[in-house]
Write a protein that binds this ligand. Structure first.
Ligand SMILES: O=C1O[C@H](COP(=O)(O)O)[C@@H](O)[C@H](O)[C@H]1O
Length: 261
């Protein structure tokens, strides 16, 4: 199953982050009530970290049972453990170090000084093995059925570390790949692929700011996923674009939804 994108436009990026955080808290609490635990795939970048920071200051964060939450990553900059540019380092700083997570449920992607050495392809294979171990037979996928998979949208329409025209966005079999020659530093990364992204129940794409406006308009106007990877990111039950008004400013009239403040 694949879902048509739904759009929610907020007044500005702070309100977008707070509303997305509130939405995520509800989704996690609901999933824990329905299935005992919840699984969320985190994204890096300004909007992903903005959401986590907003979640950290929300009084409702205590509604989450943090010990029954699995966290995964959509991509990672392939750098040494603790490097300030790693997505997991930034996520720990803005939120993860201040909540009572079960460390065994925090599935960070390998670092370049980790057990798989400096080979991003081997690191990607190891992460794929970890995903497969968490997948259930009824998922019919080599990846778990994540409750929510978050993706920041880059100004060039990249999501996770799937950049336009690079081999990673063309992958149709593997769940995780090493990325080489990324146009945004660092050049070496590890990323979920579109098939892995599409195994999620819900995919939420986050974009705020004028510099994202063109990417949002292109991805939502029928572009192909090889040229505009964000266009290929879809959830099985829901695909939600969470925007601020600046990022929505170049959307064609027929796509622009009423502002939801
Ligand atoms: O490098 C990355 O960029 C994207 C988007 O980041 P942003 O700062 O332009 O919002 C991010 O989602 C991805 O996880 C990250 O590795």
């Amino acid at each position: 199953m694949s879902t048509a994108p739904q759009l929610v436009v907020h007044r500005d990026k702070d309100l977008m982050a707070q509303a997305a955080a509130a939405r995520l808290i509800t989704k996690i609490v609901d999933a824990q009530a329905a299935r005992g635990s919840a699984s969320v795939v985190l994204t890096g970048g300004r909007n992903g970290n903005g959401l986590l920071a907003a979640l950290g200051t929300s009084p409702a964060r205590d509604a989450i049972d943090w010990s029954r939450l699995d966290l995964w990553w959509g991509d990672e900059r392939f750098l040494p453990e603790g490097d300030p540019d790693r997505n997991v380092t930034q996520a720990r700083e803005v939120l993860l170090d201040s909540v009572p997570l079960d460390p065994a449920r925090v599935h960070a992607m390998p670092a370049s000084d980790g057990p798989y050495g400096i080979d991003a392809d081997t690191a990607a294979e190891a992460y794929a093995t970890e995903l497969a171990a968490a997948a259930k037979p009824e998922n019919h996928s080599e990846a778990p059925s994540f409750d929510v998979l978050l993706l920041g949208v880059g100004p060039d329409t990249h999501v996770a570390s799937l950049f336009p025209e690079l081999p990673a966005v063309r992958e149709t079999e593997r769940m995780v790949v090493g990325v080489h020659g990324a146009p945004k530093p660092p050049p070496t990364r590890v990323s979920l692929t579109l098939p892995a992204i599409r195994s999620a129940r819900e995919v939420w794409l986050l974009a705020a700011g004028e510099d994202k406006a063109q990417a949002v308009a292109i991805a939502l106007s029928g572009a192909g996923e090889i040229q505009a990877p964000a266009a290929g990111a879809r959830g099985r039950f829901r695909t939600l674009w969470l925007l601020d008004s600046a990022a929505a400013s170049q959307l064609p009239r027929d796509l622009y939804p009423p502002a939801s403040a």
